[in-house]
Design a protein around this ligand. Structure first.
Ligand SMILES: [Zn+2]
Length: 114
């Protein structure tokens, strides 16, 4: 007769409520695909979360393309977006060296039909 206690960890991972619309640049792959996630690691016993590793969930900037996660402390630009929801429109991605800047300009003001 043997008992097996399966211990492990479980990470709760979900988009941070209220900031689902924020999209930031991933510092790993460069895509504008990083979002603000809430990650909370728990110690599990028999797959049941028992004890959290930390008192609060981590806030992380995660990329769903390359699965790169970094603590939001390292992303002041994302924190700024979170503090100013009005300015949550992502800025122009930085052009890599050698790439010509985009000359595409959207017309300002009301459209004029000639
Ligand atoms: Zn990425």
């Amino acid at each position: 007769m043997a008992f097996f206690f399966t211990c492990g960890t479980h990470t709760f991972n979900s988009l941070l409520q209220g900031y689902e619309n924020i999209q930031a640049q991933c510092q790993n792959c460069g895509n504008f695909s990083a979002k603000v996630y809430k990650r909370w690691e728990w110690f599990t016993l028999c797959f049941v979360p028992i004890i959290p590793f930390s008192l609060k969930p981590h806030h992380e900037v995660g990329c769903h393309i390359c699965h790169f996660y970094q603590d939001i402390m390292h992303r002041p630009d994302v924190q700024q977006m979170m503090n100013n929801p009005q300015s949550s429109i992502p800025m122009q991605p930085q052009q890599p060296y050698g790439a010509p800047p985009q000359q595409y300009k959207a017309p300002q003001g009301p459209p004029q039909y000639v």
